[in-house]
Design a protein around this ligand. Structure first.
Ligand SMILES: C[S@@+](CC[C@H](N)C(=O)[O-])C[C@H]1O[C@@H](n2cnc3c(N)ncnc32)[C@H](O)[C@@H]1O
Length: 204
């Protein structure tokens, strides 16, 4: 198991950004492009949601959103964003690697750029996400592929943390895969994710 202090690392980054939002306040493009999967009244869980840009946007679609995050600094910013945009989000301070995951509780479970784990911990993370989803519900996952290392426009430098199509296909081999697509796209999400990026989307 990794001994890396995720909380200290991320809280320092969020604190250094001051009043700014490291990843901006607009939702992630992949989520916005697939807005049709979010309907009013859905119960949604967002994993490692950061400063709230995605949770707040899903709440604006009428979803009841629960967001987990390890950094209290990020959660304070998320609470501020929710107040400004006048939506309610249930914010939970949690280390998702040491968390009692809810079971079959959510219509959708969302993970946007949650590549802070290597293979062993990722197995547990994805299993938790799948188990937390109600039968017939959705997992939406979005991150970088190994090609991103050539771009240097965001994301982790550990290649084993990045996703390939085959990796995600294996994780969801027992689910119906609605979308699995690797693509190169320009993204601009605050100062942290900026420029041409090698991305991958999964909706299962
Ligand atoms: C690249 S950021 C993405 C944040 C957010 N999903 C977004 O797209 O704006 C990764 C996030 O994972 C959080 N994180 C890292 N390790 C975590 C853990 N063990 N449990 C919960 N959150 C964690 C970090 O604090 C950070 O907010």
């Amino acid at each position: 198991m990794s001994t890396f202090d995720h909380e200290a690392f991320w809280s320092a980054r969020y604190r250094d950004a001051g009043d700014d939002y490291l990843f901006g306040t607009a939702p992630n493009r992949f989520l916005e492009d697939h807005a049709s999967h979010f309907a009013a009244g859905m119960n949604v869980l967002s994993i490692a949601d950061g400063e709230g840009r995605n949770a707040v946007w899903m709440a604006e679609q009428g979803c009841a959103v629960t967001a987990t995050e390890i950094s209290p600094v990020a959660l304070e910013k998320a609470a501020r964003l929710a107040r400004t945009r006048q939506v309610e989000v249930s914010l939970i301070l949690a280390d998702v690697l040491n968390w009692t995951w809810p079971v079959e509780s959510f219509d959708a479970v969302v993970g946007i750029f949650i590549q802070f784990v290597g293979p062993a911990e990722r197995d547990r993370l994805i299993a938790g996400m799948k188990n937390a989803t109600k039968p017939g519900g959705l997992v939406l996952l979005h991150g970088y592929t190994p090609e991103q290392l050539q771009h240097g426009t965001g994301g982790p430098s550990a290649v084993e943390n990045l996703y390939t199509g085959m990796l995600l296909e294996n994780y969801f081999h027992d689910w119906e895969i609605i979308r699995l697509k690797a693509h190169e796209s320009w993204i601009e999400e605050g100062n942290a994710h900026k420029g041409r990026s090698a991305l991958i989307d999964l909706i299962a």
